[in-house]
Structure formats: structure tokens, C-alpha cells
Write a protein that binds this ligand. Structure first.
Ligand code: ADP
Ligand code: MG
Length: 697
């Protein structure tokens, strides 16, 4: 690799042993390249100069050209300060320092042209500048007026490493006589996306000529980060998709067509239509589809799944849909049955609580190919279940299943069926790429028309009577409400005290027969659960007191109020999922987060984020900042925690551009053999070895 960039930081002018050690322990900076990769977090605009006569105390900061005429140490040892007289050629003013004075006394030179930068105080009616920054005019001339500001740790400050000294080190590097920064991205990528070269980007990020150039430099590095982040996953996916043959569905799709023309209950959104087109292309392409469909809660993934199933049935195949909970499976069954009935398509539900006799009959009909759509839970992957003409497998709420379960369901039929996995887990697009590296990716990034943003508020316990008053007026107007209590592990033999107490209180506040309040939790038997859900759906119950069993998938558009008790105990993604149970119709919906007064710092950030933000993408980013990436399976090695400049939610366009170039790169030159790819190849080999890079996922 490049020797210059790989040189140890101690060899840089202005660094030395002590500073090198601090840079290494505090920031992990070991080489010239590491230092260059330490990006400023903002710039200070110092393009304007003032005269002393213009200076107003407690305003500024000001930048003034001039000379230090004299300096003077006052006091003894610990109490000493350094005072200096500074002149701009017309007037004079006093500069004072209280810290680091011995060193300053040595390094500040009198009668040299310098630039002062700082704020002024008024002391006994006289101006002075406490702790101004002084740089030589020569140094200032190298700078266009935008000064990089770097983040510093306490230890760095103590050792007098500040933004000024880091700028100095950067200057020494960028002006180094042996400076050699090779390009690592192929030039066709630079040209296509109008990116600065790496060398120029380093210059413009640390010592920008203009704001515009500093932005261009950041764009270049964001691209670089997102390019290398996605590199291994896309490499792997392209290799895989070239390998596997799939069932070829017929382009002529009469059932699908008829459904779209005659039975569909609403207009599809643009995003739904686009995703269906992507799926259709896959299904007819001859290669096996492995597609992740991501869409925020309520974006309408179910109908997309159903329409995809029709495409399979049109070619004579069977389909299965696996959901993570019984409640969700039976809800899908009820919903999809209504749709399937319009075209007399046989559909069945198979869960752990299906009776033995029923189960046997379902097995038989499946084998005969008579059941076209099979919906269920994990029960679907039992060995007995055989789906000989399985053409499409849909997995809802993918994050609840492992890869092994997915594979098992896939293996039910003869040949490899197409696979559509759906998730509302609002993982950012690029993260999705990383976690589900082997999958193609579709996103529904648009909610059905007429949806209103859910109004979210945070209330403390003492406001509960008011909250109930609010629920009462909504319920009296025909609306329905959920009240959710935290029970993190449904399967544990958990103490249901909170839930039961809450239920009792609500029964008192909303007495029968005027109101019907029901309770739902995971330990109830499935018949009871189903009955409760059905009554709620049919509006026979106005208030459903529940645990998080309702977290995923439940769809009752008339429910418009979600109260989450002890909201501080939930994680952000769970809160977002729960909130997603309302706002599914055209009415204004509300989410009320109840918490105790005492909140941890993290909990407060979470609740504030919920109140302020409605997008699952944004919330997931905040969530990851709070929890780190390690919690999301498969992300640890993905390098996401190494993003310095790029933000997964804000830089989606750049991520997409990086991804497109990678796809192009691997299709054209999977082994990186072409001459234009050698810079990249050398870089990868230096960092990890190209082989390693392609294996990480
Ligand atoms: P999710 O993506 O969370 O699984 P669902 O598929 O449950 O969302 O859809 C949420 C609700 O929106 C359902 O009641 C569904 O019938 C409705 N819906 C879906 N697509 C549309 C659309 N294009 N226009 C209007 N309503 C829609
Ligand atoms: Mg759903």
C-alpha cells in the first residue's frame, strides 16, 4: 500500500511522541491516513477582519490583523497570568491568558504579523481579549477563511491539543513535500457522480476553499463510506443471484388482472404498484426471487403479498404465508379469506391450535394441490406439512424468524419456490442491505392516501383522569382504543399485576353495559384470544387492554387511540410498532405515552423522539445511536458503527448511488481484474484482503 499514508504519525512535523500517544489512545489515530480521516464537525467562518475600534464587548468573535507589541507575566506560579498589548496599527488593546501561560510566554513572538481571533470583555471600562487564538499571518493566508473545528476529548484539551493544533498538523500533512494520496475509487465512478478525487477531498475537508467545496468533500467521503459498507453484501448477492434458477411464472395473469380490475377495495399507492412490478419481473425472470419487502407500519404490505400470491396461483402454484404469532396469522386469514373468496380461491389456516382432525384434512388437501393459499404460524414448517406445488413463500414480520426457519418453509415444495419476506422493522435501507445481504430489496415508502400523522403526546401518571376523559369522548363518538401494558417476555411466567390492575380500573371507569372493555394477553388460549380480537374488530368492544401481543400486524382501522402505559420501559422500535396499530384509517389518531416522572436520560430521549417523529426510518436511527448497532443481529461486522460522515437516513441517495455502482462493478468485473479497478483492489487488499471483503456477510 501507499507508504506515505501508512507512515506513523510520530513522523509528522508538529506531532512527536507525546502527542502521538494521545492521538492514538484518544482517537485511534496511528497513521497519516488515520489523521486525514479525522474529519472536522463544523467550520468557523473567519473570512472577515475587524479593527479594534469596531469591537463591542461580549459580541463577536472578532478577527483582527496586527502585532503583539509587548508581553508581561504577572503574579506567581499558579496565580500567574500573561498579559500582552496588541496593536492593529491604529489602536491598542490588552490580551490576557490564565492557562498554559508558561508555554504561551515562550511561543508568542512580539512584533510579528499575526491574526488574533476571539471575543472581548469589558474590564473596568476597558476592553480586553481573554484567551484569544493567535496565528501567524502566513498560516492564516493558507486558509480561505473557513476554519475546521474538530471534536476534542478532555485529555486532548489538557495536553493542549485543540482545533488549532489539529489544523496545524493537517497543514503539515497537506503541504508535505512527499504528499501522495492515491485514488481508490474507479474513475468512472468519480465521473458519473461528480465526486472529488480523494486527494482533493482531503484538502477541501480540512482546509476548504469555500463552503461549497467543503460540502463536495464531505459528499465524496460519504460516498466512500457507503461504498465500502455495502461492498461485501452486494458482492455476495450478485454472485448468488447469478447462480440460482427459479420457477418461471407466466406473464399472462388472469386472476391477478381480474382482481385489480374488479375486486380491489382501494387504489394502490404508487409505491405498492412499483413494488408489485418489481416482484412480477422477478417471478417471470427465470431466476429465483429472494426479496425483502420493507414498509413502515400501515404502509400496506399485506395486499402486496396477496396480489403476489395471485400471480403464483395464476401459474398453477400454491402459496404459503407464515406469521410470527397466532393472532396475526388468524387475522391474516380472516382478512385474506374475504379477498380470496371473491375469486373462489381455496385458503386455509394452520396453527398450533388447529384441531387434529382439521389438520389432517388440511394436509390432505395441500398434497392434492387443492388448497392454494396456506396461512399459519411456525406450524407450517412441521415435517408433516407438504406443499407439492409451492411456488411462493411469504414471510411476514421477518425479524421474528431466523434464516433456518425461512429455509425450512422454502423446502416444502419440489423446486425452490420464490420467497418474499416482509418486515416493518424500520431498519434503514443500507442497514437492511447489510442484515439481509442475500436478499433483493423493495421498499414501500409511501402511506395510503388520506392518512393523518398520529398525534403523539407524553403524559405523567397524574394526568390519567384527563386521558380517560379523552378516551371517553372518542369512544362515545364511535372510536376504539388500545391500552397497552409492558410485559416484555410474553412467554415467561410473568406477573400480570399491572395489566390486571389496569383492567380493573378501566372496568370501573368504563362500566358495563354502556362500555365493553376486554383484556388480551399471550397466556390466554387461542380460542379466547381470537374471540377477543374478533369482538374488537367487529366493534363489540371499545377498549382493549392488552400486553404487547398486539405489537405486530394487528389491523383495526377504526381504533384511533393508543395508550402505552409505562412507556419508558419500551424500546423505540417497539413503541413505533405499537403506535402503528392506530392511524390505519382516515381519522385523526392519537398515541399517548404514559410514564412515571422519574426518567433515565435514555428514556427521555426515546419519548421525546416518539413525540417529535413519525417516520420509522428516523426513529430507527435514533434507536441505533442509543443502543449501538450490536443489538441488531448480523450488524456487528457490518461496519455500520464506523460511519463517520454518512447518515443512513439522510444520505439515502448517496447510499443508493454507491450501491448502483457496486452492482455495476460486480456485474462487469466480479474479480476486480480490469485496469481501472486496480486502485480499488490495492486498497481493499491493504485494508483486509479482497477475499475477506467478499466474505464478511
Ligand atoms: P402493514 O404494512 O403494516 O402490514 P397492512 O397491510 O396491514 O399494513 O395495511 C394497513 C391498512 O391499510 C389495512 O387496513 C389495509 O387494508 C389498508 N391499505 C393498504 N393499502 C391501501 C391503499 N393503497 N389505500 C388505502 N388503504 C390501504
Ligand atoms: Mg402487516
Amino acid at each position: 500500500m501507499n507508504e506515505f499514508l501508512n507512515s506513523e504519525i510520530t513522523y509528522l512535523k508538529g506531532v512527536g511522541e507525546t502527542r502521538a500517544k494521545i492521538l492514538q489512545t484518544e482517537l485511534g489515530i496511528r497513521t497519516f491516513e488515520d489523521l486525514l480521516m479525522y474529519f472536522p464537525f463544523r467550520y468557523e467562518d473567519r473570512s472577515k477582519f475587524s479593527m479594534i475600534k469596531d469591537v463591542v464587548p461580549d459580541a463577536g468573535p472578532y478577527q483582527i490583523k496586527g502585532r503583539i507589541l509587548s508581553k508581561n507575566m504577572i503574579g506567581f506560579q499558579r496565580n500567574s497570568r500573561l498579559s500582552a498589548i496588541f496593536s492593529d496599527g491604529k489602536e491598542e488593546t490588552e490580551l490576557v491568558w490564565f492557562k498554559g501561560v508558561q508555554w504561551l510566554n515562550k511561543s508568542l513572538k512580539t512584533n510579528e504579523e499575526v491574526v488574533l481571533y476571539g471575543k472581548a470583555n469589558s474590564f473596568n471600562g476597558k476592553l480586553n481579549f481573554p484567551h484569544p487564538e493567535i496565528i501567524s499571518l502566513e498560516e492564516a493566508k493558507k486558509n480561505s477563511g473557513l476554519y475546521a473545528i474538530y471534536s476534542l476529548t478532555e485529555r486532548m484539551r489538557k495536553s493542549r491539543i485543540d482545533s488549532k493544533s489539529i489544523r496545524g498538523m493537517m497543514s503539515n500533512l497537506l503541504d508535505h513535500e512527499k504528499l501522495d494520496i492515491p485514488e481508490i475509487l474507479p474513475s468512472w465512478i468519480l465521473e458519473k457522480y461528480k465526486l472529488l478525487s480523494r486527494a482533493e477531498a482531503f484538502r477541501q475537508v480540512h482546509r476548504p476553499n469555500s463552503t461549497k467545496q467543503s460540502i463536495a468533500a464531505r459528499q465524496r467521503f460519504k460516498f466512500e463510506e457507503l461504498f465500502f459498507l455495502q461492498f461485501p453484501f452486494i458482492h455476495q448477492r450478485i454472485n448468488r443471484s447469478q447462480a440460482k434458477e427459479g420457477l418461471v411464472f407466466e406473464k399472462n395473469m388472469p386472476l391477478f388482472q381480474e382482481f385489480i380490475e374488479q375486486h380491489i377495495p382501494f387504489d394502490l399507492t404508487g409505491a405498492q404498484t412499483r413494488v408489485l412490478q418489481e416482484i412480477k419481473t422477478d417471478l417471470c425472470s427465470g431466476k429465483q426471487m429472494n426479496r425483502l419487502l420493507q414498509g413502515d407500519v400501515g404502509s400496506g404490505k399485506t395486499i402486496v403479498a396477496f396480489l403476489s400470491m395471485l400471480m403464483a396461483i395464476d401459474s398453477g402454484y400454491q402459496c404459503s404465508l407464515m406469521a410470527p404469532t397466532e393472532i396475526l396469522a388468524s387475522q391474516h386469514y380472516i382478512g385474506l379469506k374475504q379477498l380470496a373468496e371473491k375469486q373462489n380461491i381455496p385458503i386455509a389456516l394452520l396453527t398450533g391450535s388447529t384441531s387434529a382432525a382439521e389438520r389432517k384434512e388440511i394436509h390432505r388437501l395441500l398434497k392434492l394441490g387443492e388448497i392454494k393459499i396456506l396461512i399459519g404460524t411456525h406450524a407450517l414448517i412441521e415435517d408433516k406439512v407438504q406443499i407439492p406445488k409451492q411456488g411462493l413463500v411469504v414471510i411476514d414480520e421477518q425479524h421474528r424468524f431466523g434464516v433456518a426457519q425461512r429455509a425450512k418453509l422454502q423446502a416444502k415444495g419440489g423446486k425452490d419456490p420464490h420467497v418474499l419476506v416482509m418486515t416493518a422493522t424500520p431498519i434503514p435501507r443500507t442497514l437492511a442491505m447489510s442484515v439481509y445481504g442475500d436478499l433483493d430489496y423493495s421498499v414501500i415508502d409511501e402511506l395510503p392516501k388520506g392518512r393523518k400523522t398520529i398525534k403523539t403526546v407524553h403524559r405523567f401518571g397524574f394526568a390519567r383522569p384527563k386521558v380517560w376523559e379523552f378516551i371517553r369522548s372518542a369512544v362515545d363518538a364511535g372510536k376504539q382504543a388500545y391500552i397497552v401494558y409492558p410485559l416484555i417476555e410474553e412467554s415467561d411466567n410473568f406477573n400480570y399485576k399491572d395489566l390486571n390492575n389496569g383492567y380493573d380500573e378501566l372496568l370501573k371507569a368504563f362500566p358495563r353495559p354502556k362500555y365493553q372493555v376486554d383484556m388480551l394477553h399471550g397466556q390466554m388460549n387461542s380460542e379466547d384470544k381470537e374471540a377477543v380480537m374478533k369482538r374488537f374488530k367487529d366493534k363489540g368492544c371499545q377498549i382493549l387492554v392488552s400486553t404487547t401481543v398486539i405489537e405486530v400486524g394487528i389491523d383495526v382501522p377504526n381504533a384511533s387511540i393508543m395508550v402505552i402505559e409505562s412507556a419508558e420501559k419500551f424500546g423505540l422500535s417497539q413503541l413505533h410498532q405499537l403506535r402503528g396499530r392506530v392511524g390505519r384509517g382516515a381519522d385523526q389518531s392519537y398515541c399517548i405515552l404514559m410514564s412515571s416522572k422519574k426518567l433515565s436520560e435514555n428514556a427521555e430521549i426515546r419519548l421525546k423522539a416518539m413525540v417529535k417523529r413519525s417516520s420509522g426510518f428516523e426513529l430507527s436511527e435514533i434507536d441505533m445511536q442509543l443502543r449501538g448497532f450490536g443489538d441488531i443481529s448480523g450488524t456487528r461486522q457490518s461496519g455500520l458503527d464506523q460511519l463517520k460522515l454518512a447518515s443512513l437516513s439522510e444520505d439515502r441517495d448517496i447510499a443508493l448511488a454507491a450501491r448502483t455502482s457496486l452492482e455495476h462493478l460486480f456485474t462487469e468485473d466480479p474479480e476486480l481484474k480490469l485496469p481501472q479497478q486496480q486502485g480499488l483492489r490495492r486498497y481493499l487488499e491493504h485494508r483486509n484482503g479482497f477475499e475477506e471483503w467478499s466474505k464478511i456477510a
